[in-house]
Design a protein around this ligand. Structure first.
Ligand SMILES: [Zn+2]
Length: 331
């Protein structure tokens, strides 16, 4: 028996949750919810590795890192682990819907869930950032009604509210919190980032390691600055250069803008002591003119609508214009 390692940053809550469980007491389906880029999918993969590791261990979470199970998981070739990376769009195109692509069909998923375990243990299906159509949800409900005993389904989502209630209610939800700045600095330092750079990236990462890594990329940093400048002009009703709003940069730009709007609301409601996600923009945000909190909540909802519209074929320029109107003074 070994203790095993479990190399996941942060995630104190989920680690405590699973550490108290035994293999037999696991549910057959979990929803890992929490902000984007805090390590939900990494946790799911390490969890799967823990269950597929063949070395006897003292804890549920933990793996040896060297056995045939571990080696296959790390190489991405374990026959009992099915992972759909990136955003998963499951099911047929909805009528008039906005899905750009389908990366897995409900039939693929159900087939994977019903296969027998190759190694005789658990069979694990990981769906990253899943977005189910109604038809796909109905197909999956059959799985939930009669789950095969050996299957573990791990769904991750940063927008669990978008999941159909029929699906969400059948998943045991495990909540992932934002990482602390210290955790992000430690992760970046371990990856060889210079201390000054790591501290700067952690400050603007809003608790997301994915955003910290992006912040280290000069090109993304420039795009984010452009979106932030556009936001600051738009809320004052000034002319703004919307050249950041291109198809590849749209989603990230909207995230930047939503973060700033959320911080603005926090400052409005809680005053200058409010904890900010965009700490590098604290000075700009504190200098913003006050606005009615109810109006700011409506603005945030409109930015959420824009994020949905951005996933359709509406042009980025139109999406930016929609957001500009939501941010403009006098709303
Ligand atoms: Zn192992």
């Amino acid at each position: 028996m070994i203790d095993g390692t479990f190399a996941v940053a942060g995630a104190a809550g989920p680690i405590a949750f699973f550490s108290n469980q035994r293999l037999e007491s696991l549910s057959h389906a979990y929803l890992f919810s929490g902000p984007a880029g805090v390590g939900k999918k990494t946790f799911a993969l390490r969890f799967a590795q823990s269950l597929l590791c063949v070395t006897p261990k003292t804890t549920l979470l933990g793996y040896c890192g060297t056995c045939s199970g571990c080696t296959r998981v790390v190489a991405g070739v374990h026959p009992d682990l099915y992972v759909v990376e990136g955003q998963v769009k499951i099911g047929d195109r909805e009528s008039g819907g906005g899905f750009h692509e389908e990366e897995a069909s409900a039939r693929d998923i159900v087939r994977q869930l019903s296969m027998h375990s190759y190694a005789g243990g658990k069979r694990i299906v990981i769906l990253g950032d899943a977005d189910f159509t109604r038809e796909a949800a109905n197909a999956l409900l059959k799985f939930f009604e009669e789950p095969p005993g050996n299957v573990l389904l791990l769904v991750t989502s940063s927008t669990p509210g978008r999941l159909l209630a029929t699906i969400r209610s059948r998943l045991v939800e495990v909540i992932f919190a934002r990482l602390t700045e210290a955790e992000i600095v430690a992760l970046l330092a371990a990856a060889g980032t210079e201390p000054d750079e790591a501290a700067r990236a952690a400050r603007i990462a809003g608790g997301s390691i994915a955003r910290a890594l992006e912040a280290l990329d000069p090109e993304t940093g420039a795009l984010r600055d452009a979106a932030a400048e556009w936001f600051l002009a738009a809320v004052r009703g000034a002319e703004a250069d919307a050249s950041w709003a291109t198809r590849p940069a749209l989603e990230d730009g909207l995230t930047t803008i939503k973060t700033l709007a959320r911080d603005w609301l926090a400052l409005t409601v809680a005053g200058d002591g409010a904890p900010l996600l965009a700490r590098d923009r604290a000075g700009d945000l504190r200098a913003l003119p006050p606005r009615d909190p109810a109006a700011l909540v409506r603005t945030l909802a409109s930015i959420g609508d824009a994020e949905r519209i951005a996933r359709t074929n509406v042009t980025p320029a139109l999406v930016a214009e929609f957001v500009r109107m939501a941010l403009a003074p006098g709303r």
